[in-house]
Design a protein around this ligand. Structure first.
Ligand code: SAM
Length: 240
């Protein structure tokens, strides 16, 4: 007897952007798991809100660190791998008992989602099902009413954690760009956009579809960006 791990995309923040399927599966879960930064409520859990059934056991996975240790630091991969091993072992114990787990993930689970690391560990041994979610980027470009990719435009999705030279290279190549994981990288992103000549079209979106949403031309964006922010550069609108 073994259960099933249902990895549910929770969308970009507005609870009305949850899918009917995610809500239905959540209602039938024995156990609901989610990730959170230490001391924070857990974004995916907040979106799920009252859809988490009273009977479900809740499992919270606190990241050992979020922005405190850089991805380049050798400790990062080692400690994160140990953390994901531990989370997967906790879920495996529930799955061995035949339980139905809902693992919540903001946006879409397979786009920069932590749930992917648990999927990699669990899927060779247990049944897993993925329910897509509306991505943060589609939530943000809709919030900003910004048509993004026209005709034969090429769209690139860039993590702002990469170095400035690599950002410039990618920004010079494509037509439309989504730059995610802004946070502490805002100055670097501004510099890369200026060097690639794309700064004037860039739109900054903070907490898209959530309360406190902000959509502004990047030139007028605040000096500091939170974790839930991204920069959108629309395509060239040449194929009308
Ligand atoms: C670890 S990634 C998770 C992406 C998520 N799985 C998705 O499908 O959008 C986190 C990054 O997504 C972006 N993000 C996700 N939702 C957002 C939102 N509602 N508003 C602004 N940025 C968002 C931010 O750039 C943030 O740093």
């Amino acid at each position: 007897m073994s259960g099933i791990c249902q990895i549910l995309g929770m969308g970009p923040g507005d609870p009305e952007l949850l899918t009917l399927k995610a809500v239905r599966l959540l209602a039938g879960a024995d156990c609901v798991a989610w990730f959170a930064a230490c001391g924070r409520p857990g974004h995916a859990r907040v979106i799920a809100g009252a859809h988490v059934p009273d009977h479900a056991e809740e499992l919270r996975f606190d990241y050992p660190f979020t922005t405190g240790v850089s991805v380049e630091d050798p400790r990062y991969l080692i400690e994160m791998a140990a953390f994901y091993d531990d989370c997967a072992a906790r879920l495996a114990r529930e799955l061995e008992r035949g339980r139905r787990i809902a693992l919540l993930c903001e946006g879409d689970p397979f786009l920069y989602g932590s749930a992917m690391y648990l999927f990699d560990r669990l899927s060779p041994h247990f049944r897993c099902e993925i329910v897509p979610g509306i991505t943060g980027m589609s939530g943000c470009w809709s919030a900003a009413a910004l048509p993004m990719v026209h005709g034969d435009d090429v769209l690139s999705v860039l993590p702002a954690t990469m170095d400035e030279e690599s950002l410039v290279t990618w920004l010079c190549k494509g037509d439309a760009h989504v730059i995610m994981k802004i946070g502490r990288n805002l100055d670097k992103v501004r510099a890369a956009l200026a060097r690639s000549g794309r700064e004037s079209k860039a739109i900054y979106v903070e907490r898209g579809t959530q309360s406190g949403q902000l959509c502004l031309p990047l030139e007028r964006a605040p000096e500091k960006a939170p974790y839930f922010s991204m920069v959108l550069v629309p395509g060239r609108a040449r194929a009308r």
